[in-house]
Ligand binder design. Structure first.
Ligand SMILES: Nc1ncnc2c1ncn2[C@@H]1O[C@H](COP(=O)(O)OP(=O)(O)OP(=O)(O)O)[C@@H](O)[C@H]1O
Ligand SMILES: Cc1ncc(C[n+]2csc(CCO)c2C)c(N)n1
Length: 256
C-alpha cells in the first residue's frame, strides 16, 4: 500500500523546491486568536474563506501584526474571497466593508445544526469538486477559548474524513490519519515538534504501530479511558503510522 505523505512545509518561510503540492490549499479563518503565521498561510492560499466571526479577526487582528502600516492598508491587502456562516458573529460594519470590496457573502442562517467551519469546508469541497484528491484545507484559529468549539472543529475533520484538513493554532497542529492508508509524516523540525500525540477518536484504535517516536507503539491498542499517546516526542525525521482505526495526529508548533 502506498503511504500517504504529510508535511507541514506550508509553515516554512520558503517552500522547498519541488514541494509545490505543499502550496495547494484553501485557508479557513475561524473566530479565535489567529496564529502569527497567518499572513504566511494567506500568501500561498488558493482560496481564503472566513467562517462567520472569523472575518472580525481578519479585520481587527491582522492589522495588529503589521504595526508599521495603517489598518486600512492591511485590510485592503487581506481581503477574504468568501465569508460564510450563520452570520450571528460577524459585525455589520465588517460584513459591509468586505462586501464593498467584492468578497462573496454566503448567509446560511437557516442551518443551525452544523458549525460555521462545517459550512466552510462544505463550500470549499464543492468549489474544488474536480480536484478533491489533492485538495488540502488549512484552518487557522482552531483551538483556544471554548472547548465546545474545539471539539466541534475536531468533529468536522472526522466528518470530512476523506478531505485533508489541518487544524492550526499558534501552538498546535491537528489532523486525521485515516486507517485506510499507511502514513509517513515528514517532520519540519525548524517549525514543529518535538511534542506530539496520537489519539484514538470515537472508537478504540484496534492495532497501532509507529516508528520514529520516543514511545513507539507496536501492534498496540489505544482507547479513551485506557492508553492514549500524549506527551510523546518526535525522534526521527519521518514518523510512520499504521492503524486499524482512524487516529488524530497532533504535533507542537515552535514559536516564530
Ligand atoms: N474558542 C474557539 N475555539 C475554537 N474554534 C472557535 C472558537 N470560537 C469560534 N471558533 C470557530 O470559528 C467558527 C466561527 O465562530 P463564530 O463565533 O462565528 O461561531 P458561532 O456559530 O457564532 O458560535 P456561537 O454562536 O456558538 O458563539 C466556529 O464555527 C468555530 O469553528
Ligand atoms: C443537538 C444540538 N446541539 C446544539 C445545536 C446548536 N448548534 C449546533 S451548530 C450551530 C450553528 C452554530 O453556528 C448551532 C446553533 C443543535 N442544532 N443541535
Amino acid at each position: 500500500m502506498e503511504a500517504m505523505v504529510h508535511s507541514s512545509s506550508f509553515l516554512l518561510p520558503e517552500i522547498p523546491a519541488g514541494d509545490g503540492d505543499g502550496l495547494k490549499y484553501a485557508l479557513v479563518l475561524l473566530n479565535q486568536r489567529l496564529p502569527k503565521f497567518t499572513p504566511l498561510l494567506w500568501k500561498h492560499a488558493q482560496l481564503r474563506v472566513c467562517a462567520d466571526g472569523g472575518a472580525n479577526r481578519v479585520f481587527n487582528d491582522l492589522p495588529l501584526l503589521f504595526p508599521h502600516e495603517t489598518p486600512s492598508d492591511v485590510r485592503t491587502r487581506y481581503k477574504p474571497d468568501v465569508i460564510k456562516g450563520d452570520m450571528d458573529s460577524v459585525r455589520t460594519e465588517v460584513l459591509e466593508f468586505y462586501r464593498n470590496m467584492g468578497t462573496k457573502i454566503v448567509d446560511e442562517s437557516h442551518d443551525q445544526d452544523t458549525t460555521d467551519l462545517h459550512k466552510c469546508v462544505a463550500f470549499i469541497r464543492d468549489f474544488h469538486a474536480d480536484t478533491e484528491d489533492t485538495l488540502c484545507i488549512l484552518v487557522a484559529g482552531a483551538l483556544g477559548g471554548r472547548f465546545d468549539h474545539e471539539i466541534g472543529n475536531i468533529n468536522v475533520i472526522c466528518h470530512f474524513s476523506a478531505t485533508r484538513i489541518i487544524l492550526l493554532s499558534e501552538d498546535s497542529l491537528i489532523q486525521l490519519l485515516p486507517s485506510a492508508r499507511h502514513h509517513e509524516i515528514h517532520i519540519q523540525s525548524s517549525v514543529e515538534g518535538p511534542h506530539c500525540g496520537l489519539i484514538p477518536i470515537g472508537a478504540p484504535s484496534g492495532s497501532t504501530t509507529t516508528t520514529g517516536l520516543q514511545w513507539d507503539l507496536s501492534d498496540t491498542e489505544m482507547r479513551f479511558g485506557g492508553l492514549i499517546s500524549t506527551s510523546n516526542i518526535v525522534k526521527g525525521e519521518v514518523i510512520t503510522v499504521h492503524s486499524t482505526s482512524d487516529l488524530l495526529w497532533t504535533v507542537s508548533l515552535k514559536k516564530l
